[in-house]
Ligand binder design. Structure first.
Ligand code: F6P
Length: 744
């Protein structure tokens, strides 16, 4: 009822404003119009009496002039008439106001009009030139203007009454329309809510029992609360705030993570013991602390030689092994599947396609069939793991471009958040992929699709625009495809803060000493590090060439600077990767021969997997760290180096082509293709005063601390939660409409 009164009231208010605005104009319009009417009448009087008056004045016939003027003045609109002979008023009619004198009339060679205040109100004086026997005078006609005021007032009153009538009519009509719309809308909402609650069709009687739209209001309030949670939690993300945000926003929800690489690999050592390996993977180092904080299930490929030995009959194992907090569900792949899906389609096709590192992608149809089949296999595993119809599924990376659509088809109510951990190329580059439409279709099965940077989001939208029929909303950054909307968002990935690998680390001085001692380096040797998988996108050869340039141009560093390159073997089945390793070994040998000397090797190449605590010790021992990716989605090594340096010293040299350079702008930003300039940057880092190092490092640490991985995950999960609430409202309204239509 309130809303109906509100509608009527609004209509009334609008009408009142219109009346108030219009009335003054209407009144002045009527007054002007009346005055013009009076002037016209005076002109008529003059034109009809002019000749007669001129003749009578010429004959100086006062009595007849008096008669004539009295006759004219008897018209109810004319007040008086007379003749101004110069300043002398002659033959004034009886009603001539005593206050009138000829100088009150505006006299000129043409007709003129003026007014003055008489005893009863304003009087209009019309003066018409009249020349009699060569002598100029003016016939003056006086009109009482109170008549015109009266007319204006009357017009105002009539207009007011008319507009008020229209306003009341409009208000009543608006209220009636509102009542009609409300009745229909409420009926459909009530039916939807009732049927959602009981699963049965509602009856008209029930419509009056359920409070008006209460459920919808509840969901809206939840939405508002979640906005407040996001605002409040934006500076201080930690496992606790992430857990709290999830408990508030997604309580009771089921979270399933899926990635190719598993977070813990169980291997069988030569002596038969089972060892645990944490893989060298940015994805794992980012996501693992998040899943540890939230709990849930992580579905991944079981790739370790002892993986099958530790799972239960459902292929599950609780992890982390020391303090289990979530379930790892392993999916087994045959060697053929692994070759086609992982090595072939993902790493020889999509990896070089998305990274601009000038390695030609290879697209084999057979690989793609395996890729599709393995995505199906993971979809089966996810559906089997899901205990509810609407889980939140976090799909990771380029191994699973088709998986979101497959899950969507089987769990239509799932919230699917996909994160693409590598760059997305421009549309033209992407266009060479023979599977481009299928990939886009697959990814658009997601509710939210995340990339590290806005530039990658833009590239994806451009590819969608060029290669599939869809509706792109540039304001919401979303794509509607097949009736479903996917939000495209940048979520820059990060690391946990503080990093677990920092726990138990020795002070920096001790790390410097221990690392130098282990590698046979003098204590005063300046050390640089580079740590990554042996991947051609990382620019390992390029940084060696920069060291070559440095030593060529700055001989003072001979014997005083050593670069430690840690490279974990990766994807060694692929020729490109094996070749890179061979080239790197050869280049390191060559540089060491040319610039080394007895007991001095400028480059130490350590080709083996290093556990996180070893990596952090190296970071802490170094004077500088080089991240020279030729192209990289984010690169977490850069962030880990910063996180490892709680002494606030050390210099980061960072490629402009790594996503991390958008956030860590206090690093020395370099073009890895320019060996000379990168050599200069190394020299700059080695000679940078400590104060400057600290200032830069502090700013970068603040950045990584604030934009940590809990924030990354929190933002995605809260976006998913908002989406779920909005979808709930939509579903309620849609089913209400359907029921209303069915009952109509
Ligand atoms: O950069 C994307 C990414 O998935 C990283 O998260 C990870 O470091 C790497 O690629 C995967 O490597 P792998 O093939 O050994 O799992």
């Amino acid at each position: 009822m309130r809303i109906i009164f509100r509608f009527g009231g609004i209509a009334l208010l609008v009408a009142a404003i219109v009346i108030l605005a219009v009335l003054p104009f209407a009144t002045s319009f009527v007054e002007q119009w009346t005055r013009r009417d009076v002037e016209l009448r005076a002109r008529l009087v003059f034109n009809s009496a002019r000749d007669q008056v001129a003749g009578l004045i010429a004959r100086n016939d006062g009595p007849r002039i008096g008669n004539l003027f009295e006759r004219i003045a008897s018209d109810e609109r004319v007040l008086a008439i007379g003749y101004c002979d110069g300043d002398e008023l002659r033959y004034p009619s009886r009603n001539m106001p005593s206050t009138f004198t000829c100088d009150k009339a505006a006299r000129s060679n043409t007709e003129s009009f003026s007014s003055f205040s008489g005893e009863t109100g304003d009087i209009l004086v019309s003066a018409f030139p009249l020349t009699v026997q060569g002598r100029k005078g003016h016939l003056v006609v006086l009109h009482d203007l109170t008549y015109s005021d009266r007319r204006g007032g009357e017009a105002r009153n009539y207009l007011f009454l008319a507009l008020a009538g229209v306003a009341f009519g409009a208000a009543a009509l608006a209220a009636m329309i509102a009542a009609l719309i409300m009745r229909r809308w409420l009926a459909s909402i009530r039916q939807a809510l009732e049927s959602a609650r009981s699963g049965t069709a509602s009856t008209p009687e029930q419509e009056n029992i359920i409070p008006l739209g209460q459920e919808i209001r509840d969901v809206l309030q939840e939405l508002e609360a979640s906005r407040r949670t996001i605002d409040a939690a934006h500076t201080d993300w930690s496992p606790e705030t992430l857990r709290a945000a999830l408990a508030n926003e997604l309580s009771g929800s089921e979270v399933i993570v899926v990635s190719n690489r598993e977070p813990y690999i169980h291997n069988k050592a030569d002596d038969g013991r089972i060892t645990l390996q944490i893989p060298a993977s940015g994805l794992v180092s980012a996501l693992e602390p998040v899943v540890r904080a939230c709990g849930g299930t992580w579905v991944a490929h079981g790739s370790g030689s002892a993986d099958r030995d530790v799972v239960d009959s459902s292929d599950r194992v609780p992890v982390p092994p020391s303090h289990p907090s979530y379930t790892l569900r392993r999916v087994w792949l045959t060697d053929e599947e692994q070759d086609g899906y992982y090595y072939g389609a993902a790493n020889e096709g999509l990896w070089p396609l998305c990274h601009i590192a000038f390695v030609r992608p290879v697209f084999r149809e057979q690989d793609w069939q395996y890729y599709r089949a393995v995505n199906e296999k993971f979809a089966d595993a996810i559906v089997a793991e899901a205990k509810r119809e609407d889980p939140i599924i976090l799909v990771q990376d380029y191994h699973f471009a088709l998986l979101p659509r497959m899950i969507r088809n089987r769990l239509p109510q799932a919230t699917i958040v996909t994160f693409w951990h590598i760059p997305w190329p421009n549309a033209e580059t992407f266009g060479i992929c023979p599977w481009r439409e299928e990939i886009i279709d697959g990814l658009l099965g997601s509710s939210i699709l995340g990339f590290h940077t806005q530039a990658h989001c833009n590239n994806f939208l451009e590819a969608v625009d060029v290669y599939v029929e869809s509706r792109i909303d540039r304001e919401r950054d979303s794509v509607t495809f097949g009736g479903e909307e996917t939000l495209i968002r940048p979520y820059p990935i990060s690391i946990e803060w503080p990093p677990t690998a920092l726990e138990g680390q020795q002070p920096v001085e001790e790390c410097r000493r221990a690392v130098r001692e282990r590698l046979g380096l003098p204590l005063e040797m300046r050390v640089g590090v580079g740590i990554e998988r042996f991947d051609y996108t990382k620019g390992i050869l390029d940084r060696m060439q920069a060291i070559d340039a440095l030593l060529g141009e700055h001989p003072e560093w001979h014997g005083n600077f050593c670069f430690i390159q840690v490279a974990a073997p990766t994807r060694s089945k692929l020729a490109n990767y094996r070749q890179l390793q061979e080239e790197a070994e050869a280049l390191a040998r060559d540089i060491n021969e040319r610039h080394g000397s007895e007991g001095y090797e400028p480059i130490k190449l350590l080709i083996r997997h290093h556990e996180p605590n070893e990596v952090f010790e190296l970071f802490r021992a170094a004077d500088l760290c080089i991240v020279s990716s030729l192209h990289d989605g984010m690169n977490l090594v850069a962030k880990e180096f910063v996180a490892a340096r709680d002494d606030e010293e050390g210099v980061l040299i960072l490629s402009a082509f790594a996503g991390a350079s958008r956030e860590l702008s206090e690093a020395l930003i370099v073009n890895p293709y320019n060996a000379h300039a990168m050599g200069q940057a190394i020299n700059r880092a080695l000679t940078m005063p400590q104060d400057e190092q600290r200032e830069r490092m502090r700013l970068m640490r603040d950045q990584v601390k604030e934009r940590n991985v809990y924030r990354w995950a929190g933002q995605m999960l809260l976006a998913a939660s908002r989406l779920r609430k909005r979808q709930r409202i939509k579903r309620l309204i849609a089913s209400g409409r359907r029921r209303a239509a069915a009952n109509a």
